[in-house]
Design a protein around this ligand. Structure first.
Ligand code: PAF
Length: 281
């Protein structure tokens, strides 16, 4: 696997593939790779001739009091896992390469409305940071397809919207969330949890399962939400938000909507976990 910090080198390898008429799949990450990321890479390999991965802990998507400095960096283990999974090219830029003038002077991409609620309301500027880096990486790699985990459901929607709004010729593919046997969604942030917290955190998936069932049985949303909030609080979660939305546009649910998604963000101790569940009624 070729790994480089350099945009020119990355572009030159990719243009060589493209000149030969070969397709490129791209998996952007922030490193500290787990089975969720590896599944994205394996899925990418099935769908294209070459797989490019990036590892960049993007400072623009972290708020002032968030975990940018503490964010786990495990480059050597990540490289070994990527080689095993079949990635061929790894882009590991420095912040100076990505934001040479500094973040304040950087042109940014803002996807309106959808970026302002749920995670966007709790983390102002977060989705601007995500859209900006993903747009830059898309322009550097120019992939045919790009793969993202559905665990970050709102992020996936922000990126899909950006791709449509900016007419980017890239197919965005959402890949199912990978879970621990307990049901806990895999996340780099799970590493912050103590073993007791990890056990308690599995309640999030159980709560979403119960919500899905209750909604399908016709229980009114406010009641479903109240029960779920109680269940999460009893398990030791401090809820940031818990919502049920239309799964295609994230708008508030109307009686006609059949495809729904539960979206949750909650703190277990100091760790903010997010998860979601799509279902039909
Ligand atoms: O999901 C992530 O790891 C990041 O938000 C992404 C898409 C790599 C952008 O920095």
């Amino acid at each position: 696997m070729l790994s480089s910090q350099d945009i020119v080198q990355i572009r030159s390898q990719i243009s060589q593939w493209k000149r030969q008429g070969e397709t490129v799949a791209f998996v952007p990450t922030m490193g500290n790779l787990h089975l969720g990321h590896i599944t994205l890479v394996k899925e990418a390999k099935k769908r294209a001739d070459h797989v490019v991965v990036s590892i960049f802990v993007n400072p623009m998507q972290f708020g002032e009091n968030e975990d940018l400095d503490a964010y786990p960096r495990t480059l050597e283990a990540d490289k070994a896992a990527l080689i095993d999974a079949g990635a061929e090219l790894l882009f590991i830029p420095t912040p100076e390469t990505i934001y040479p003038k500094g973040m304040d002077k950087q042109t940014y991409v803002e996807v309106p409305n959808i970026s302002d609620e749920l995670c966007g309301a709790s983390r102002p500027g977060h989705f601007r940071g995500v859209a900006t880096i993903v747009c830059k990486l898309f322009n550097i790699v120019q992939p045919d397809i790009a793969l993202f985990g559905k665990k970050d459901f709102q992020q996936l929607m922000v990126i899909r919207t950006m791709v449509v709004d900016l007419s980017l010729p890239i197919e965005v593919i959402g890949v199912e969330t990978i879970r621990e046997p307990s049901g806990l969604a895999m996340s780099s942030r799970n590493g912050y949890l103590s073993s007791e917290e990890k056990q308690q955190a599995a309640t999030l998936k159980q709560t979403m399962d119960a919500m899905e069932l209750q909604i399908q049985q016709g229980l009114a949303l406010p009641e479903v939400l109240a029960k779920a909030e109680q269940q999460l609080t009893n398990a030791g979660f401090k809820i940031d938000y818990l919502a049920v939305r239309n799964a295609t546009d994230l708008y508030e649910v109307t009686p006609e909507d059949t495809k729904l998604v539960i979206l949750a963000a909650a703190f277990m101790g100091k760790t903010r976990l997010i998860d979601n569940q799509e279902f039909s009624r």
